[in-house]
Design a protein around this ligand. Structure first.
Ligand SMILES: [Zn+2]
Length: 253
């Protein structure tokens, strides 16, 4: 039975991944997400339902549009595979529970916002604000409202300080978008994890940033993917087992 449910969850994840690809393409371009139905961005031809199956269609079509043979970016496949896998991992970790719903909701927003930030250097409010509101809802349902609410507040205050400092010294240290997504991460993961997420994200971010700068590959390094990746890591792996804040453990559980 577990196999059947796992397969089902993986497919659902793929469908959400496919929908995310629509959002990732259309939100920055200001195209309605409902109409028109899926089309090839190169030749404009309407994509048939049998060419719109998550993951499978990309492989069958070898990453090319059926009518114009234009290349479909690998991103489409990656978003679907990542979403499906993370949905499946959430089910394995939490089973059917409120934490499962919370996990896949967070993953959905995380993948969408991170990909748009990577592609367009933009954190759209139409995604980050609903993500924040859902975070409030799950915090409320958790029975530990204060713990998660404090997370949201600390998540907003820390980048807020960097943001204001940046305004004063006239150098952008952190964007407005970062304030919303760190507040969101705090709401979903709780206050102690805001510090851990910031620590891991800055560490990995600087390693990647420095190595890319040496190769002169980029000018702008999006921070959202690092923040979200660290937060997702925290969802699946409980760092509190070895970090020196065991003192707080009773408070965390
Ligand atoms: Zn085409």
């Amino acid at each position: 039975m577990k196999i059947i449910f796992s397969t089902f969850i993986f497919i659902i994840g793929g469908v959400f991944g496919s929908f995310s690809n629509v959002l990732i393409y259309r939100i920055p371009e200001n195209i309605s997400i409902i109409t028109p139905s899926s089309f090839c961005p190169k030749c404009g031809v309407k994509i048939r339902f049998y060419d719109n199956i998550p993951i499978i269609s990309y492989i069958i079509l070898k990453g090319k549009c059926r009518s114009c043979e234009g290349k479909i970016p690998l991103r489409y496949l990656l978003v679907e595979v990542i979403m499906a896998s993370l949905f499946l991992l959430s089910y394995i970790k939490f089973g059917f529970s409120i934490n499962f719903l919370k996990s896949i909701t967070f993953i959905f927003f995380a993948v969408n916002i991170s990909t748009i930030d990577m592609q367009k250097m933009l954190i759209p409010d139409v995604l980050s604000l609903p993500g924040l509101i859902m975070g409030f809802l799950f915090a409320f349902l958790s029975g530990k409202f204060l713990y998660f609410l404090t997370g949201g507040i600390i998540g907003a205050v820390i980048p807020g300080i960097f943001y204001i400092t940046g305004k004063i010294i006239k150098r952008e240290l952190m964007g407005e978008g970062d304030i919303i997504i760190l507040a969101m991460i705090g709401l979903y993961t709780g206050w102690i994890n805001v510090f851990i997420v910031l620590f891991i994200a800055s560490l990995i971010g600087s390693i990647v940033g420095i190595s890319l700068k040496i190769k002169k590959k980029i000018k702008y390094l999006p921070f959202a993917p690092f923040l979200f990746a660290s937060a997702i890591l925290l969802i699946f792996y409980d760092f509190s087992t070895f970090l020196p804040y065991l003192f707080f453990k009773s408070y965390l559980k």
